[in-house]
Design a protein around this ligand. Structure first.
Ligand code: NDP
Length: 288
């Protein structure tokens, strides 16, 4: 019989406000399902305490941690190395503390966009596609870079504030093989012909403003287009309902959340956990 240990392997998250983040529930459900003696500790960490929190994680032997708002850029100065896409995106949501060479090395990854691409692949291979992304914030930036690195031909960024939209389009153009373009968000946006993937990466439709929907003329969306929403609460947004009514295949924000958590778990444990267990847990949380 294996010797029993009363010390779990530790992972977790640093953010504020941490209380709204459901990731702890899905990680702990999946760890338990896999029989892994791991914990995920959701920590409220204000900006002035980030450095101490990172030092604490190293001192306590943590395997790694997530960084959410407002630490995704600030954490970079505490790391030893950045993975390729995290370096292009300029933000980190997952840190691996690698002790394989003796002393701890902190490696920053960005799995937001990778989680999106993993949820997209079963319904549409991004390779050779023209993608349109609504929004130019952190989620849009991560998705734009990963969809581009996954082989998309072009990424068109549509954003309310032109400067932010142009910056993401320029980043894609300069740092990935895809063409990056900016398209101003004119009223009742006409989605360009030939768009294979349309993604809402804004906050529009997020609880408690679930009646809001991005201003897009859905009649211009081809039924062959895969339409995705990053908003996870509620999972069935008005945007996705309108796309489904148009005959499009849709992807909700839970898929991105689950796939990102699966990638994080693989980085920390080396194991593939159950996405079904995570999704069930989220559906319970959101009452669907
Ligand atoms: P940011 O604040 O960085 O960016 C928000 C974006 O939404 C900006 O482009 C902003 O435009 C746009 N926006 C907000 N309100 C409006 C509006 N009324 N009209 C037009 N545009 C608007 O946020 P994030 O990128 O970090 O997050 C965006 C969403 O993604 C959130 O709902 C978040 O919960 C979700 N998310 C989901 C994940 C998942 O796993 N499902 C993972 C990460 C994020 P502008 O530049 O003009 O201000």
């Amino acid at each position: 019989m294996a010797e029993r240990t009363f010390c779990a392997e530790l992972t977790g998250s640093f953010s504020t406000s941490a209380g709204q983040n459901p990731t702890v529930a899905i990680m702990e459900a999946a760890f338990a399902d896999a029989g892994l003696h791991y914990r995920y500790i959701n920590c409220e960490v204000p900006p002035e305490s980030l450095a101490d929190a990172v030092r604490g994680a190293i001192a306590m032997g943590w395997r790694g941690f997530n960084c959410s708002i407002p630490h995704k850029v600030a954490v970079i100065e505490h790391l030893d190395e950045l993975a390729e896409s995290a370096s292009i995106i300029g933000a980190v949501n997952t840190v691996v503390i690698d002790r394989s060479s003796g002393s701890p090395r902190l490696i920053g990854e960005n799995t937001d966009g990778q989680g999106f691409v993993a949820s997209l692949r079963p319904v549409r291979d991004p390779a050779g596609q023209h993608a349109v992304i609504l929004g130019a914030g952190g989620a849009a930036r991560a998705i734009a870079v990963e969809v581009a690195l996954a082989g998309a031909l072009s990424i068109t960024i549509v954003n309310r504030t032109p400067e932010r939209g142009e910056a993401v389009a320029d980043l894609v153009d300069a740092r990935t093989p895809a063409a990056g373009r900016y398209l101003p968000w004119t009223p009742h946006l006409h989605v360009p012909h030939g768009t294979g993937i349309l993604i809402n990466a804004t906050n529009i439709g997020f609880h408690p403003h679930q009646d809001a929907t991005p201003d897009v003329d859905m009649a211009t969306v081809d039924p062959q287009t895969v339409v995705a929403d990053v908003v996870a609460n509620p999972p069935e947004t008005n945007f996705l309902k309108a796309a489904a009514a148009q005959g499009c295949t849709t992807l909700d924000g839970l898929g991105m959340l689950v796939n990102q958590a699966l990638i994080n778990a693989r980085l920390w444990t080396g194991r593939d956990l159950s996405g079904a267990v995570m999704r069930r847990e989220l559906e319970g949380i959101f009452g669907i």
